[in-house]
Design a protein around this ligand. Structure first.
Ligand code: CU
Length: 171
């Protein structure tokens, strides 16, 4: 047989290049996984939460963004054992009925742009397009599944959930 050695050498060089690319890819993947905390936006539109299911990790931020002028809120209906909710409560009708500021004052008073402490089980109503309700996945939200719904539109099927992954499984 008259085989030259060049194909073999070429194969080795190619193999090394592929290995280098794979290694580089691994580094890039590790880097993006380390880009935490994440900020996840959930839009409130057409009587639904979009996306209706997300996975987050401790330290991440959930942003519920109102895209219409139909009042919506976020009320937790199911949570893992050990979850703690804030004590503030926003009456669903009083907030809308007595509001004379277009919802802005009510929202500012009850829902700061970030919630360093546990959010209430029933959050304030988002009354206008562009308003946001921000939830930080703090220690009060242990890993597990959280189901929530919009109080007045639960019969419309306006519900969603998020899963808090443990640090180990999400990295
Ligand atoms: Cu709603």
């Amino acid at each position: 047989m008259n085989t030259t050695t060049s194909p073999e050498i070429g194969g080795k060089v190619l193999g090394a290049a592929v290995l280098a690319l794979l290694t580089l890819g691994g580094r890039v993947a590790a880097q993006s996984a380390a880009t935490r905390p994440n900020r996840v936006v959930i839009e409130l539109k057409d009587f639904s939460f979009t996306p209706s299911s997300v996975t987050v990790a401790p330290g991440d931020t959930l942003v519920f963004r109102q895209t219409t002028n139909t009042p919506h809120n976020i009320q937790f209906v199911k949570s893992p054992k050990g979850a703690k909710f804030g004590s503030s409560y926003v009456p669903p009708t009083a907030a809308a009925a007595t509001d004379r500021t277009g919802g802005r004052a009510t929202l500012a008073a009850s829902a700061p742009s970030t919630t360093p402490t546990a959010p209430p089980r029933m959050g304030p109503f988002l009354l206008h397009k562009g308003q946001e309700y921000v939830i930080v996945i703090g220690p009060y939200f242990p890993p597990g599944e959280y189901d929530y719904e919009c109080t007045p539109h639960q019969s419309f099927g306006m519900k969603g959930k998020f899963v808090v992954a443990s640090n180990a499984s999400s990295s």
